[in-house]
Design a protein around this ligand. Structure first.
Ligand SMILES: Cc1cc2nc3c(=O)[nH]c(=O)nc-3n(C[C@H](O)[C@H](O)[C@H](O)COP(=O)(O)O)c2cc1C
Length: 161
């Protein structure tokens, strides 16, 4: 199947998980296009632009994708504005698509901002007419022990079917 993985990642944790999922999917024979979103104006922890001022220079065309995976970090107890903006910008392109949302976050437990952030994004994609798969949450993203990453990547691949 054709899989589009779209992430925004400031410090590389979300990207790391996306790369692991891509590699596993590719090894299983799927075609995967991974896009790390770039903003036209600087957006980071020091330049936390409101959603309306965020614009992407490389939002991909997902018309050929059988599965769409969208990932990003939790910021201040909710999904980072870039990821919300990406779901909004993809908009009608998500209609009828099977979509999996994943988030990475620093707190050690998914119930502490991870699950709620993933669910916010899942609801947004559902409102665009997407078929929503269960979300994947990687907690404790900044820990030195990165053993959770391959497990989360495996979960993403398994959920995509
Ligand atoms: C401004 C800011 C706010 C954050 N707020 C939260 C939060 O509310 N809960 C949490 O668990 N992690 C929070 N984090 C940590 C990030 O979610 C975590 O480090 C994430 O994995 C970073 O992903 P990235 O490397 O793809 O940018 C925050 C990070 C930043 C920079």
């Amino acid at each position: 199947m054709n899989v589009a993985i779209i992430v925004w990642s400031e410090t590389g944790k979300t990207m790391l998980l996306a790369e692991m999922a891509r590699d596993k999917l590719t090894a299983a024979g799927h075609q995967v296009v991974l896009t790390r979103l770039q903003t036209t104006a600087t957006f980071d922890a020091k330049h936390n632009l409101p959603e309306k001022d965020i614009k992407f220079s490389n939002l991909p065309d997902i018309s050929n994708a059988d599965r769409v995976v969208i990932g990003g970090p939790v910021w201040a107890f909710r999904p980072c504005a870039t990821v919300k903006k990406a779901v909004s910008e993809l908009g009608a392109q998500l209609k009828g698509k099977t979509v999996l949302i994943f988030v990475t976050h620093a707190f050690p437990w998914a119930w502490l901002t991870g699950t709620s952030s993933a669910n916010t994004l899942r609801r947004m994609a559902a409102d665009q007419g997407a078929k929503i798969l269960p979300g994947v949450v990687l907690s404790g993203s900044q820990k030195k022990d990165q053993s959770k990453y391959p497990t989360a990547a495996e979960k993403i691949c398994a959920l995509l079917g």
